[in-house]
Design a protein around this ligand. Structure first.
Ligand code: NAP
Length: 398
């Protein structure tokens, strides 16, 4: 029986993880849950799964959760909050495995603490690999903790890499669905609405990753995540646009063999793989072979999707630049969702923040978080300057 901590239990990955736990009650049990602001769902999850501990983002939300549990007669669950609460949830002595699925760098400290406590990690939270991948992978090597990717592309690469050694890998190919605007003419990108950008053609996910998939910044974050997870330079990590999302990624070996991982478009499969690794357990996530009749691959268009170019540049620069890429994107996506900047304002904001980021190599989580905070400030300033310029009727591009 594996006791699991789920960081981000109320999100898309968190709820999929709980559905795997529900399907395999003889294998997995919930030890702790971490949610952000969704008290209603956190309450339902606590009532059903009876974890030892649950955490909310703030003290007020934690109080609300505790009060609802009390009034429903649910007892025996310790309710905590904030980063300290997430860290407690991830490091409880009873926890055997941590699913890291908080969105953004909010999940970084708990993921790092889990590694340092020797807990195997199922890693969905790519932002924490982008911001602090070198620190996390070094700590995982030191502590001999497996970091098992849940992101479907990296999970596919992990599976294909079991067939050879790192030295035998020529390059890896991350597949990208291309998002909803793969065929939209560049001239129309300026007018993309929030509603259009939130309609992903193949996956149902949280808001930030859905917008990141539409700009292809998500693929950019995945390039950096792959470099860190698999110890490869950016030049060996390629992207191919594959709209069907059937081939989840490929590994090309030096002898010319290419191995691909193919499965249903359902995140429960990579979650199950990570939870059960190195075993494989039987599932009902069957693939319909007829889906192989129509597979299409094409190179990405860097002109319409500048975020991909920016990510390669940040990956090459390393250090502070991937942190700034992730932080400025998070701020820009929030501004786009609130209608404060246009769709193309997202890459423009990131580009300005990257250009203003001094080269540095943070070597602790505290230093990473400092660069993250500075990058957020820069992104807010870039967006505010554009908004002021727009109000004064000055020529603007945001
Ligand atoms: N969804 C996918 O298919 C998919 C695939 C690959 C990788 N990923 C990665 O997995 C991560 C999660 O994605 P998602 O799609 O599941 O996102 P999501 O649906 O937006 O869920 C995010 C989760 O993080 C929690 N959260 C946010 N801020 C928090 C904070 N300050 N403290 C504690 N919890 C906090 C949210 O809580 P509340 O909802 O309660 O506020 C929610 O449980 C992301 O890094 C994403 O890139 C997702």
């Amino acid at each position: 029986m594996k006791n699991i901590a789920i960081l981000g239990s109320t999100g898309s990955i968190g709820t999929s993880t709980l559905s795997i736990v529900a399907s395999y009650p003889e294998r997995y049990r919930v030890a702790s849950l971490v949610a952000g602001r969704n008290v209603h769902l956190a309450f339902q999850q606590c009532a059903r799964w009876r974890p030892l501990l649950a955490s909310m983002a703030t003290p007020e939300l934690a109080q609300q959760l505790a009060a609802r549990l009390r009034s429903s007669g649910v007892t025996g669950i310790e309710i905590v909050h904030g980063t300290e609460g997430s860290v407690r949830a991830a490091t409880l002595k009873e926890v055997d495995f941590v699913v890291s699925a908080i969105v953004g760098v909010a999940g970084l400290e708990a993921t790092y603490a889990a590694v340092m406590a020797g807990k195997p990690i199922g890693l969905a939270n790519k932002e924490c690999m982008v911001a602090a991948g070198e620190i996390l992978t070094a700590a995982a090597r030191e502590e001999k903790v497996p970091l098992l990717p849940i992101d479907s592309e990296h999970n596919a690469i992990h599976q294909c890499m079991r067939a050879g050694t790192l030295q035998e890998v020529k390059q890896i190919w991350l597949t990208a669905s291309g998002g909803p605007f793969r065929k939209l003419p560049l001239s129309e990108f300026e007018h993309i609405t929030v509603e259009q950008a939130l309609k992903h053609p193949t996956w149902v996910m949280g808001q930030r990753i859905t917008i990141d998939s539409a700009t292809l910044l998500n693929k950019g974050l995945e390039i950096i995540e792959a470099c860190r997870l698999f110890d490869l330079p950016p030049a060996q990590v390629k992207v191919t646009v594959h709209p069907q999302s059937t081939v989840h990624s490929l590994v090309e070996y030096v002898d010319g063999s290419i191995l691909a991982q193919i499965s249903v478009t359902d995140m429960r499969l990579p979650i199950l793989y990570a939870l059960s690794y190195p075993e494989r357990v039987e599932s009902e996530l069957n693939f319909d072979m007829r889906a192989l009749a129509d597979l299409h691959f094409e190179p990405p268009d860097l002109e319409r999707f500048p975020c991909l170019r920016l990510a390669y540049e940040a990956a090459e620069a390393g250090g502070a630049h991937p942190i700034a890429l992730n932080a400025s994107d998070e701020v820009a996506v929030a501004a786009f969702l609130e209608g404060r900047i246009s769709f193309m304002g997202i890459p423009r904001t990131i580009e300005e923040v990257l250009a203003a980021t001094p080269a540095s190599h943070p070597s602790t989580i505290a230093e990473v978080l400092e660069v993250d905070a500075q990058s957020r400030e820069r992104a807010h300033a870039v967006i505010a300057a554009r908004t002021v310029a727009a109000r004064k009727d000055m020529p603007v591009r945001a």
